[in-house]
Write a protein that binds this ligand. Structure first.
Ligand SMILES: Nc1ncnc2c1ncn2[C@@H]1O[C@H](COP(=O)(O)OP(=O)(O)OP(=O)(O)O)[C@@H](O)[C@H]1O
Ligand SMILES: [Mg+2]
Length: 243
C-alpha cells in the first residue's frame, strides 16, 4: 500500500514537472516572437537610425512572419482550451472531402512552395457529413508538419480514399518519419519529438487534429512511408448521423 502511495506521489511529481516544463515552453514560444516584433518596430521608429529601403523591408518581413507565428500559436492554444472545456462539437454539413483538400492546398501553396505537393483524389467521392472548417484545420496541421520536417524539394503526397463507407485522408512525406515509440505520444498536447529540438513548434498541431477527428467519431494514426518518411492518416465515417 505504502509502495503504491509512494509511486503515486512520484507520478504526481513527474506530472507537475512536465506541466512546468510545458508552461515555460509555451511562455517562451509566446515571448520570442513578441520580442522580435517589438525590436523591429522600435528600430523602425528610431529617428536616429537611417534604414535603407532593403533593411526596412527586411524588418517589416520579420515582423510579419513573427506576427503570423504568434497568431498561429494563440489560435492553437485557444483551440486546445476549447477542447479541454469540452466545447469542440463539430458543426456537420454535407461536404466534399476532395474540395476541402483542394482549398487547403491552394491556401498553403506558398508555404509549401519548397516541396513538390501532389494530390491523389478519386474520380468520384461520396459526400461526407463533417465540419469542413475543423477538417480544414486538421489537414492544415498535417501539411504544416510535413513541410516543416521533410527536406526542401522532397515530395508531399496527399491522398483521399474511400473505404467501406469511410473517407481516409493521408499525408505522406519524405522526411525523417516518427520513431515507433513516439507514434502515440505525438498526439499528446505539448509533446514534441525528441529528434527535432531545433524546429519551431509547440506540440499542439497533432493534439488538435486528433481531438477534431475523435469528435467526428474517427481515428488518426502515424505510419512509416516505404522510403522511411512519415504517413499520417485520418479516417472518418461519412454518413449523416441524423439518417
Ligand atoms: N511529418 C512529420 N515528420 C516527422 N516528425 C513529425 C511529423 N509530424 C509530426 N512530427 C513529430 O510530432 C511532434 C508533434 O507534432 P505537432 O504537430 O503536434 O507539434 P509541432 O509541430 O511540434 O508544433 P505545432 O504543431 O504546435 O506548431 C513534432 O514535434 C514532431 O516531433
Ligand atoms: Mg505541428
Amino acid at each position: 500500500r505504502l509502495d503504491a502511495r509512494a509511486r503515486n506521489a512520484q507520478l504526481d511529481a513527474e506530472t507537475n514537472q512536465l506541466r512546468a516544463a510545458m508552461f515555460s515552453s509555451v511562455t517562451h514560444d509566446l515571448r520570442t516572437p513578441l520580442a522580435s516584433i517589438k525590436a523591429g518596430v522600435t528600430s523602425l521608429l528610431d529617428t536616429a537610425v537611417q534604414h535603407d529601403p532593403a533593411q526596412e523591408r527586411e524588418l517589416l518581413t520579420t515582423i510579419l512572419e513573427e506576427t503570423d507565428r504568434l497568431n498561429r500559436l494563440v489560435g492553437n492554444l485557444l483551440d486546445l482550451a476549447r477542447i479541454r472545456a469540452g466545447a469542440l462539437t463539430p458543426t456537420r454539413q454535407q461536404s466534399a472531402m476532395d474540395e476541402i483538400v483542394e482549398i487547403v492546398l491552394a491556401r498553403m501553396r506558398s508555404r509549401l512552395a519548397g516541396h513538390v505537393v501532389t494530390a491523389d483524389l478519386p474520380a468520384s467521392l461520396p459526400d461526407v457529413w463533417v465540419d469542413p472548417v475543423q477538417l480544414d484545420q486538421v489537414l492544415t496541421n498535417l501539411l504544416e508538419n510535413a513541410g516543416r520536417h521533410a527536406p526542401e524539394g522532397s515530395e508531399i503526397q496527399v491522398s483521399v480514399l474511400w473505404m467501406h463507407g469511410a473517407v481516409q485522408v493521408r499525408v505522406a512525406d519524405e522526411g525523417p518519419g516518427i520513431p515507433l515509440d513516439e507514434r502515440d505520444r505525438v498526439f499528446e498536447a505539448f509533446y514534441r519529438g525528441s529528434s527535432i529540438p531545433e524546429t519551431p513548434g509547440s506540440g499542439l498541431g497533432l493534439a488538435i487534429a486528433k481531438a477534431v477527428v475523435v469528435a467526428h467519431g474517427g481515428r488518426i494514426w502515424v505510419e512509416e512511408a516505404p522510403g522511411g518518411g512519415c504517413v499520417v492518416t485520418f479516417e472518418i465515417h461519412g454518413g449523416d448521423p441524423q439518417a
